[in-house]
Design a protein around this ligand. Structure first.
Ligand SMILES: Cc1cc2nc3c(=O)[nH]c(=O)nc-3n(C[C@H](O)[C@H](O)[C@H](O)COP(=O)(O)OP(=O)(O)OC[C@H]3O[C@@H](n4cnc5c(N)ncnc54)[C@H](O)[C@@H]3O)c2cc1C
Length: 257
């Protein structure tokens, strides 16, 4: 079975994020595999172990993404591909990423592509569905259960807390939701083995793409942090007076009544 995982290197949003010139400052930021992509990697490994075949993890990014690819190899993926576009593309967007990935997959025999439901930084949830559209294969998003039987696929997906059951067939692209599985941590032997596993590096040229073919269709105008929360107001005095003051404040300041 030819199993692919598309994965993204993201900022660790649990860590402090600083902005500089309207962009997230990379200096000092911590980077991780996008957490939803860890579910995708885990599911891919389980699928391979049950059906044989190979798991290949693919990322579109820069040289630094090698670290996250090696982590995926240490978890148990078999091969990694880094499509390094940082020297060719200054401003990329979801169109850029999906177009590059589609070109990569053009000549591949694919049974299933797994990705994350959403990247915790860019957060558009577009790359998976865009890629499936370009490859003209079915896709199912926010999946919480995956069963593959021959070429038949049965999927449960999260719909705002409820579940939807979908049947489709291979080849298919799915995007992982929290709850799909419990991603494993790379083991020490896994980390040692990962150093020797194949990691192929490609550039736009290798995919017969020109800079113009992947030029972003959107432009980020501004990025800003949410406003700091102000301290709450504590009312004092007699209970009756507090209630009057509260009602007045709800009218005049909060403007909710
Ligand atoms: C050289 C370069 C320059 C860039 N410049 C900009 C910029 O100027 N402004 C800007 O906003 N963004 C920029 N990006 C980031 C780029 O826009 C995002 O990687 C891409 O658009 C993903 O969008 P998203 O974060 O909304 O992902 P989502 O669509 O939310 O991601 C969903 C899923 O798609 C898959 N996926 C997402 N991104 C990738 C990826 N890169 N490789 C493999 N799989 C992926 C993962 O499985 C992920 O869980 C740049 C990226 C590169 C490599």
């Amino acid at each position: 079975m030819n199993i692919y995982v598309i994965m993204k290197r993201t900022f660790d949003t649990e860590e402090k994020i600083a902005l500089s010139n309207g962009r997230i400052a990379e200096d000092g930021a911590e980077f991780i595999i996008n957490p939803y992509d860890e579910y995708a990697i885990e599911e891919a490994i389980q699928l391979r172990d049950a059906n044989d075949g190979e798991v290949t993890v693919v990322t579109v990014g820069g040289e630094d993404s090698e670290k996250e690819l090696r982590t995926a190899l240490a978890m148990g993926a078999d091969k990694a591909v880094l499509i390094n576009i940082e020297d060719d593309v200054e401003n990329g967007d979801q169109f850029t990423t999906a177009t590059v990935l589609a070109k990569f997959f053009e000549d591949k025999e694919v049974d299933i592509i797994l990705g994350g439901n959403v990247a915790i930084d860019g957060g558009s949830g577009q790359v998976g569905p865009r890629l499936a559209e370009l490859l003209n294969i079915p896709y199912v998003t926010t999946i919480t259960k995956l069963e593959v039987n021959g070429t038949s696929v049965r999927i449960e997906r999260d719909v705002e807390g409820d579940s939807e059951v979908i049947e489709t067939s291979l080849p298919v692209l799915v995007t992982a939701q929290q709850g799909l599985n419990e991603p494993r941590y790379p083991s020490l032997p896994g980390i040692m083995k990962a150093k020797k596993k194949p990691l192929e590096e490609l550039e736009l040229d290798d995919l017969d793409l020109e800079e113009d073919d992947v030029e972003a269709k959107t432009k980020t105008i501004e990025i800003f942090l949410p406003p700091k929360k102000e301290a709450g107001k504590v009312l004092e005095g007699e209970l009756e007076d507090q209630v009057k003051e509260l009602v007045a404040l709800l009218h005049t300041e909060a403007k909710v009544v």
